[in-house]
Design a protein around this ligand. Structure first.
Ligand code: DGL
Length: 262
């Protein structure tokens, strides 16, 4: 049994989509969430910048005595998780575009991936695509500007709709039947995407699988907290906390949001 918190970080509010899945599956665990919104978006930064930002976030979370770190950001995972695992002893759980299940379920043999340029250009994305979808056509689309719009709280706006329309069109023309959400900010677009996509195109998101993996690793390492207790949830942003506040406003359990310079 282990009472220490689980640390989670993202370039901003997107990783709260992972936190939701984690809280559902492991309500007894304490969590500390870092939104590095001051440095968002990560998607256009160089690999070394993403590694340095990830390191800074991990150092801060480890100062808070976290027992596990969830890299709730595809861009940080695909560019920095190997580096983090090499440099720290704590277990890391990451997230990368769910190409494998999408390829397995595709009947057209064409899968769309919407992600940041940092994720799509990473070596890990290339390797995963080759390993799990070599016989599938992957139609990549950089979601330029989406993270910024989401961070600004402009989720269901005419501006968002027109950007999404522009990004979906080539993938739909290309015949995709699976759309992989390769960024943890994008699950907040699911209601809009469901409206905009034809019914035969399935949205693939692996937030729940990340939570299951966290559970598995904690269990294997004997790091789970006591069952039946209520977890404590702290959220920190190094920018305007009202954005986090807005994205968490529907959460029913008690939590605390603060500004912190990290
Ligand atoms: N949530 C991050 C991801 O999953 C967003 C990246 C960004 O800040 O551009 O990739």
């Amino acid at each position: 049994m282990n009472h220490r918190p689980i640390g989670i970080f993202d370039s901003g509010v997107g990783g709260t989509s992972i936190w939701r899945e984690l809280q559902k599956l492991l309500p007894s665990e304490d969590t500390i969430y870092l939104a590095d919104s001051k440095n968002a978006p990560y998607g256009k930064k160089s690999r070394s910048e993403i590694m340095a930002l990830s390191q800074k976030n991990v150092d801060w979370l480890l100062e808070q005595d976290c027992k596990m770190i969830i890299v709730a950001c595809n861009t940080a995972t695909t560019n920095a998780i190997d580096f983090l695992r090499r440099n720290y002893d704590v277990p890391f759980i990451g997230i990368e575009p769910a190409i494998k299940p999408a390829a397995l379920h595709s009947t057209t043999g064409k899968v769309g991936v919407l992600a940041t340029s940092g994720t799509l250009g990473s070596q890990l994305f290339l390797t995963t695509s080759k390993t799990h979808a070599d016989d599938i056509q992957i139609l990549e689309q950089v979601g330029e500007g989406l993270v910024t719009l989401i961070e600004e709280g402009k989720v269901d706006t005419p501006e968002m709709r027109s950007v999404l329309q522009k990004y979906l069109e080539p993938m739909l023309k290309g015949g995709i039947d699976q759309l992989v959400l390769g960024c943890t900010h994008y699950p907040y677009l699911i209601p809009l995407l469901t409206e905009m996509l034809p019914a035969e195109v399935k949205i693939v998101d692996c937030g729940e699988a990340v939570a299951r993996q966290a559970f598995k690793v904690l269990n294997e390492k004997g790091l789970l907290n006591e069952r039946g207790r209520q977890g404590k949830y702290s959220f920190y942003s190094n920018a305007d906390t009202s954005v986090l506040q807005k994205f968490l406003s529907d959460i029913k359990v008690a939590y605390q949001i603060d500004h912190k310079d990290f």
